[in-house]
Design a protein around this ligand. Structure first.
Ligand code: ZN
Length: 769
């Protein structure tokens, strides 16, 4: 093989051509097929939400998901890479609602038919998916997007049913009522993990902090309780104190109030925070208050009365940190309140509909967030409230639509995490290699150790329908039938559907022993679907049983740090639940990519350049390399600055400078490559040759060592150092050897060495650039 000078090409030109060449010649497919099926390296692609276009964050994951499989392919492994789409759930629905101009869940099924809504959801998902192919190809990622699995596929959804039924039969799924974070705009509960996945869900808001008076029965004294949620006062059914505390009965402004002794001076101030005059009448133990009754603030709606309503209870969580040492309880709208109510059989009053409107009482028809401050003021005017202050505090908001979340008791379906917690912890400790390592016993383990049972049901439309049918017999007993396949449903109902989404699935009913069964309206949490991808992508266990079993657990997954509490966690929970095993063996957790000003990348801040523009300006390789050797791959955050991409591009171009030098003289001297790429070390005599060849071997060994541990920053770091050494020392010092006129052994060695080094370097860098 002869060489020609001046054959260097600009990255901008050759990258796009190379992508086309790969495509035309099916190079990716060949790289997979040419390796034996029994030597597989299994990569699981976490499905991105299909909504929106690829941004730098998704490209970062894609770059990592390309580099690692390429490395293992070069080690001889067969690495199948199939893309996935997460098409269901609230993100998809909010996206569709925006397109349709829907702002209220109640419009679905009224203003627009559910059928039309679902069709629109599906169409949107298909259209958006097409936007991705070019950008993913442009960054040089090898992945099969044509055979992409999608969570809305009929087969995928059937595997979800199978998983649901299997877990249900193992006793790991149950129906219950718990207080959950709830979005009134989207009218569905959310799981804490999805809300806290990204920073920004907790926002500082100002809320009225209300000191409310409950009149003790048979007394002229008032219990002074404190709350920052006046909207929950109409559903008050209890007050909690701490029996260990000392309380004081004080006279202030002609009224008698009871509150914790230690908080008297702090609480008894006027609007200007000036102390009020008061007299302590007596002190008493909290214990003495427990069991006493008080008069309800309102004519409570039905269900708010009864033996245990409107009494004082002890609760350990009542503290002296803030407030009055007495806490107002609204069991339907507070987690601790609900637990106490269940324990003591205190009535639970629900007076707010699924969209956040009062269904009864003084504020019937009003929206809780709109009326919250007004309630406080009106109660102050009525003399029920002692005083109002305003506090700034951090409060959760819906991660999808930004609405303030409420906590509310909601009948839902749960996956029992508590029952398999030990096994999940053990499988993580024993079976998963994390990079960076601290996540393993840090964020991942801590999250798992504290995770509540997982609320897997959603009161929405566009997702896999929960395969649960219920019927009531003549005696009024409820029967539950969980279905695990389309065939099973057909056997019972005689119905086979083209599409198993709502609303069509809702019409399927069947009768067993004279009892008619109808499906409950709920759908599954999208994380239940994406967490099922290891088996659902293969339509397991209906198809590909051997393939799945040979490919589980997966060797590698990668996502950004927000997924530690989300996809990584759910993947682990479902698969430990089903198979008793961790779903993945190695995981890379990246940090979050920030804009050039350190803030979150945002169009409105204008703090980043579009990835396609950036790649056209500098090259996809330099963007890839910059990100791969950045702190992002250590799980830390990193600001993307265009100039840094340019700097990397310049450093990488030193390879081309060496190539130019090589081809220039190789052409002059007619040096030919004879096909021998074996290690020349033993035949080399010039110390420069010996040195640079040993350096490139050292580089290969270092990269290898770090890649085995998934340490990409340390694998990539020595590459630029080597390029500098090779260019500034070897080439510079060897120049004269190429210039001299005789074609002696030293010159031949110089050619052979430089050629060998360039080939080795290209190979070692191939997964990354
Ligand atoms: Zn919302």
């Amino acid at each position: 093989m002869k060489f020609q000078k001046g054959t260097r090409r600009r990255a901008k030109e050759y990258e796009k051509d190379l992508v086309q060449y790969w495509k035309d010649n099916k190079i990716f497919e060949k790289s997979v097929e040419s390796r034996p099926a029994d030597n597989a390296y299994v990569f699981y692609d976490g499905p991105p939400f299909i909504t929106g276009v690829p941004h730098h964050g998704t490209l970062l994951s894609s770059i990592v998901k390309d580099a690692v499989p390429r490395y293992w392919t070069m080690k001889g492994k067969r690495v199948e890479r199939v893309w996935g789409w997460d098409c269901h759930g609230l993100p998809a629905e909010v996206f569709t609602e925006k397109k349709l101009g829907i702002t209220d869940k109640r419009d679905i099924g009224t203003k627009i038919s559910l059928e039309e809504y679902i069709k629109t959801c599906r169409d949107n998902m298909v259209q958006t998916g097409n936007l991705w192919n070019d950008t993913i190809a442009r960054i040089g990622r090898w992945v099969d997007m044509d055979k992409a699995y999608s969570t809305m596929d009929k087969e995928y959804m059937e595997s979800i049913w199978w998983a649901f039924k299997t877990l249900y039969e193992k006793g790991k799924i149950y129906e219950g009522e718990k207080v959950l974070m709830y979005c009134t705009r989207d009218a569905t509960p959310l799981s804490k993990a999805e809300v806290t996945m990204d920073a920004g869900a907790y926002q500082d808001v100002t809320d009225p902090s209300v000191f409310v008076k409950f009149k003790l029965a048979g007394s002229d004294s008032f219990l002074l309780a404190w709350t920052t949620t006046p909207w929950t006062l109409p559903s008050n059914t209890a007050v909690a104190v701490n029996r260990e505390f000392t309380y004081a009965e004080v006279e202030v402004g002609g009224q008698k109030l009871i509150l914790a002794e230690d908080l008297v001076a702090k609480v008894l101030t006027d609007e200007k925070h000036q102390p009020l005059e008061y007299t302590v009448l007596r002190t008493l133990r909290g214990e003495e208050l427990v069991g006493q009754s008080y008069e309800p603030l309102f004519d409570s709606p039905a269900g708010g009365r009864g033996e245990n309503a409107h009494k004082v209870w002890h609760a350990d969580y009542v503290s002296l940190e803030s407030g009055t040492g007495l806490v107002h309880l609204s069991p339907a709208y507070g987690e601790e309140d609900f637990a106490l109510a269940k324990e003591h059989n205190v009535p639970v009053v629900s007076n707010i509909d699924e969209n956040g409107f009062y269904t009864s009482g003084d504020w019937k028809g009003e929206q809780v967030w709109d009326i919250n401050k007004t309630i406080a003021k009106q109660l102050l005017e009525r003399g029920v409230v002692f005083k109002i202050e305003y506090i700034r505090h951090s409060y959760p908001h819906c991660h999808r639509c930004g609405t303030k979340l409420m906590y509310r008791a909601h009948p839902s379906w749960f996956m029992d995490i508590d029952g398999q917690r030990e096994q999940m912890l053990e499988q993580n400790s024993e079976g998963i290699n994390w990079f960076p390592e601290h996540v393993k016993h840090g964020r991942f383990e801590k999250n798992m150790a504290a995770a509540p049972d997982w609320n897997i049901s959603r009161d929405r439309f566009w997702a896999t329908a929960m395969p649960v049918w219920k019927g009531t017999d003549a005696e009024g007993n409820t029967h539950v039938k969980v279905i695990g396949s389309y065939a099973e449903l057909k056997e019972l109902s005689g119905v086979e559907l083209e599409d198993y989404h709502r609303p069509w699935i809702d019409d399927v009913t069947f009768t067993i022993d004279g009892v008619e069964y109808r499906r409950i309206e709920k759908v599954l949490d999208g994380w239940f679907e994406s967490g099922s991808m290891p088996f659902a992508q293969f339509h397991y266990p209906f198809e590909n049983v051997e393939k799945f079993e040979a490919n589980f657990p997966g060797d590698f997954i990668a996502e950004y740090i927000g997924q530690v509490r989300a996809w990584f966690y759910y993947l682990h929970a479902i698969n430990v639940g089903l198979f008793g095993k961790n779903a993945f063996k190695n995981v890379i957790v990246t940090g979050t990519l920030a804009g050039n000003d350190g803030r979150k990348m945002s169009k409105s801040y204008g703090n980043y350049t579009d990835p396609n523009e950036l790649m056209d300006l500098y090259s996809a390789d330099s963007l890839r390399f910059l990100l791969l050797q950045s702190p992002l791959l250590n799980g830390e955050d990193f600001s993307l600055i265009d100039k840094d991409v340019g700097d990397v591009a310049r450093k990488l171009s030193m390879i081309w400078n060496m190539y130019d030098f090589f081809t220039l003289y190789a052409e002059v001297d007619g040096w030919e490559f004879n096909g021998d790429i074996s290690d020349p070390s033993s035949e080399l005599t010039n110390p420069l040759d010996v040195w640079v060849v040993s350096r490139v071997h050292q580089l290969t060994a270092t990269v290898d060592e770090h890649m085995q541990r998934y340490d990409i920053p340390n694998a990539t770091k020595p590459m630029l150092e080597f390029i500098e050494d090779a260019s500034n020392w070897f080439v510079r010092r060897s120049r004269k050897r190429f210039w001299k006129s005789d074609n002696d052994g030293d010159k031949r060695d110089a050619y052979r060495t430089l050629h060998y080094v360039l080939v080795q370097l290209s190979q070692v860098m191939a997964p990354f650039t």
